[in-house]
Design a protein around this ligand. Sequence first.
Ligand SMILES: *Cc1c(COP(=O)(O)O)cnc(C)c1O
Length: 379
Amino acid sequence: MNNDKIWLSSPHMGGTEQEYVNLAFDTNWVAPLGPNVTGFENDLSVYLGNVPVAVLSSGTAALHLALLQCGVSAGDEVICQSFTFSASANPITYLGATPVFVDSEETTWNISPIFLEEAIVDRIAKGKKPKAIVAVHLYGMPYLVDEVHAVADKYDIPIVEDSAEALGSTYKGKNCGTFGRYGVLSFNGNKIITTSGGGALVCPSEEAKQHTIFLATQARDDAPYYQHSHIGYNYRLSNISAGIGRGQMEVLDAHINLRRDMNVFYQELFKDFDGVTVFTEPNEDFHCNHWLSAIIVDPAKTNGVTREDIRLAFAKANIESRPLWKPMHMQPVFENCAFYGGKTAFRLFENGLCLPSGSNLTSEDRQRIEKVIFEVLSL
Ligand SMILES: *Cc1c(COP(=O)(O)O)cnc(C)c1O
């Protein structure tokens, strides 16, 4: 057996990406606009059910422009799921606003509607109604859409749906990315599809899409010279990157099926070991792309084997695995921010591990993973 590094999630090209990139060169559209940009936007729009989509330089840029267009500005507060990647929260601070973090619930690991309402009520009582809510479909698992949106609607607060990890996931048959006022997608190198780097914003209207593109291309007024009445950004996706995206869209569903197969592989692998739970959908309303498969380890039931023991055993075998996201309310950079909840996100971080989940893992890779698990858990 070879000993090449097995990654958590690595780029997986379908084959036609380079043809779209070559097309950009052949026609000299080597710029942040061109046929691949509009083509990729169209592919995403059709895939998600004919919604307006603007492609951008990153998911972080998409979050920034979404919050901006929800009216977030200096001195505001924005509620954000604590259990997430820092990119969900950072753009709140770009606007001079402050994040207020909310804990997760156990079934989807995403924002708890109960703690969400507690946070809203308390912030209003303290004198400031939150301007927006960033809810995340972490690891591709849809959050409790009905319950979370019912709370947001009750207080009339817009949701920015961070669907960076959830392209292709659905809730009650509807695509993740299309529930919030705005939906954010990411095509970074480790995501379910990649453009080497990139993102997109799903918009509530064609007008909002055009305004997003306007902001993302330096906010130029309609004049023969450069005139500006707004602060602009340089956030548009390049025509080269968009070419990769068009090729990736052709294999998206096939790659989701392969990632879902990896999740089934882990469920099979761990079913005979007490104390290890594989994260999967709570019921049939949820369809997860299983961007990353993850486990929770309970050392009380594994003869003391911990998450760290498993992680280190993988590392020794040149296999990448990683603890679940460290919650934002535990991050030094956000230590002064308010937090509502209990210990759910904290416990997930303490005991959870992400496992190699790529759509390009071979049966030999699976054997190497299996071998490590048998060695570390069959004590
Ligand atoms: C990757 C990611 C982002 C940011 O996307 P980029 O394209 O890397 O800027 C935001 N939120 C979550 C949950 C992510 O996983």
